[in-house]
Design a protein around this ligand. Structure first.
Ligand code: CA
Ligand code: ZN
Length: 300
């Protein structure tokens, strides 16, 4: 198995002009090492958070050029495995997250991770490993790794975890895939602006789907298909996610749009990914059992 170290190359923005650090055939399974979102600068309680280099935030390892991926295709990314380090870090501060108005200084907290538990003082939080930043080069100008978009990026979606498969629109030749910003745990919303930030490595299988196009990323897991959308407001993100999903299903089923809309209102879930990044991210989640009753398959 190919392992790609973060020493081979990291990016702070997704951009189609970047030189790939590796070229891999479609269908490859690779293990990608990643720093935490502070580029491992906060390793102990002694680190002054204000003293770290804030230009080195949200590094993503990559980009990888996936052979055969062309603009208009879909990049399929199966998350086979996530391995995380043995300590995480959280940060809060003025102007950050939903409580930024009430906090007067930057603070960090180191959280040991042991036996699938994150230790928070004497509390134990179940580990809920996920990937915050994952995506491809965007269509136009570069997008910094802290901002989500149609290309993926900092979606901070807790469903981006082991066993899930992401589908990204490809905007640049080779897709130029990268990932970083692992979390040992994070709730929907990521209200403080940080999850339990942790370094680690992720094993993914990268594949190319021809003849299907997407405007925004989708995610599949054992139970559901989801549409992920980032926008200036959560209202817009949630609405667009539902609209994109309803239109996709209507296109593939024999039901009229009116009835697909009713059905999605009955069984679909509008959910929040995060509310603290430069754009907000929402998802619309449709259970697979309804798709199989409808005889709709999203990617065939
Ligand atoms: Ca993040
Ligand atoms: Zn993060």
């Amino acid at each position: 198995m190919t392992t790609i170290g973060y020493n081979e190359g990291i990016i702070y923005e997704f951009n189609k002009v970047h030189e790939p650090i590796r070229t891999i055939p479609a269908g490859s399974t690779v293990t990608i090492q990643t720093y935490d979102c502070f580029q491992n600068q906060i390793q102990s309680a002694d680190t002054e958070v204000t003293a770290i280099d804030w230009n080195k935030i949200n590094p993503a390892t990559g980009p990888l050029y996936v052979e055969g991926a062309m603009p208009g295709d879909v990049l399929k990314v199966k998350i086979e495995r996530i391995d995380i380090g043995d300590q995480g870090v959280m940060v809060v501060g003025p102007e950050l997250g939903v409580m930024g108005h009430a906090l007067s200084k930057m603070e960090s907290k180191i959280l040991p991770i042991k036996d699938d538990l994150v230790l928070f003082n004497d509390l134990q939080i179940p580990v809920n490993k996920m990937i915050g930043v994952i995506g491809v080069a965007p269509e136009g100008e570069g997008v910094n790794c802290g901002t989500p978009g149609a290309h993926g990026g900092n979606m901070d979606n807790k469903m981006v975890t082991e066993g899930a498969t992401l589908y990204f629109p490809v905007f640049a030749e080779g897709a130029l895939f990268a990932l970083g910003d692992l979390h040992a745990a994070m709730g929907d919303g990521e209200v403080s602006v940080s999850g339990v930030e942790v370094a680690g490595e992720v094993t993914v299988t990268l594949d190319v789907i021809k003849g299907v196009s997407l405007r925004h990323p989708m995610l599949e897991n054992e139970k559901a298909f989801t549409q992920i959308v980032s926008a200036l407001t959560l209202d817009e993100a949630a609405k667009t996610a539902a609209v994109e999903m309803i239109e996709r299903i209507a296109e593939k089923s024999s039901l009229p749009v009116s009835e697909v809309t009713m059905l999605m209102s009955a069984v679909g879930q509008s959910e929040i990914c995060q509310i603290v990044d430069p754009l907000m991210t929402a998802r619309f989640v449709v259970p697979k059992w309804v798709l199989s009753q409808l005889d709709v398959s999203i990617f065939e």
